[in-house]
Design a protein around this ligand. Structure first.
Ligand SMILES: Nc1ncnc2c1ncn2[C@@H]1O[C@H](COP(=O)(O)OP(=O)(O)O)[C@@H](O)[C@H]1O
Ligand SMILES: [Mg+2]
Length: 128
């Protein structure tokens, strides 16, 4: 789940992660296409909900079909738009950009994601 204003680096981060895990699919912003699917050993979905500003619009996308796929890696830009459709467990990545610095805060909801975050080497990283 990606949070952060316009230009804070959400799409760039998705691109870096997708390529770092070995997919050679070109990554681009799904602002108008809503959902991109990238080729990899497992499905990778990249969503941008910027234009989805009503609960009805989100409902229409039937996102549970994606969220229920156990082996899928899913990135959601503008995840705050999910409202009642926000999944129960997830990693949350909050990006901020000011004139002086960029920050990236990663938190986890639910025991599965919390233990993954604990096992990772991620700690406090400043001034990315
Ligand atoms: N970590 C970073 N360092 C420097 N420039 C960045 C970084 N992340 C993104 N950018 C630049 O900021 C601009 C907006 O990034 P983008 O990923 O499209 O933001 P968002 O998806 O949040 O709107 C792009 O020109 C991109 O190259
Ligand atoms: Mg973007």
């Amino acid at each position: 789940m990606l949070h952060g204003g316009l230009g804070s680096g959400k799409t760039t981060l998705v691109s870096e992660i997708v390529h770092s895990i070995g997919s050679s699919s070109p990554v681009s912003s799904p602002t108008f296409t809503l959902i991109h699917h990238y080729d990899h050993a497992f499905p990778i979905y990249h969503m941008d909900l910027y234009r989805m500003d009503t609960v009805d619009a989100i409902h229409y996308l039937d996102l549970d079909t994606y969220f229920n796929q156990q082996d899928a890696l899913i990135f959601v830009e503008w995840a705050d738009r999910l409202g009642p459709f926000y999944p129960k467990e997830y990693f949350k990545i909050e990006l901020t950009l000011t004139s002086k610095k960029r920050t990236c805060l990663i938190t986890a909801k639910g025991t599965t994601y919390q233990s993954r975050l604990k096992k990772s080497s991620l700690r406090t990283i400043k001034n990315l």
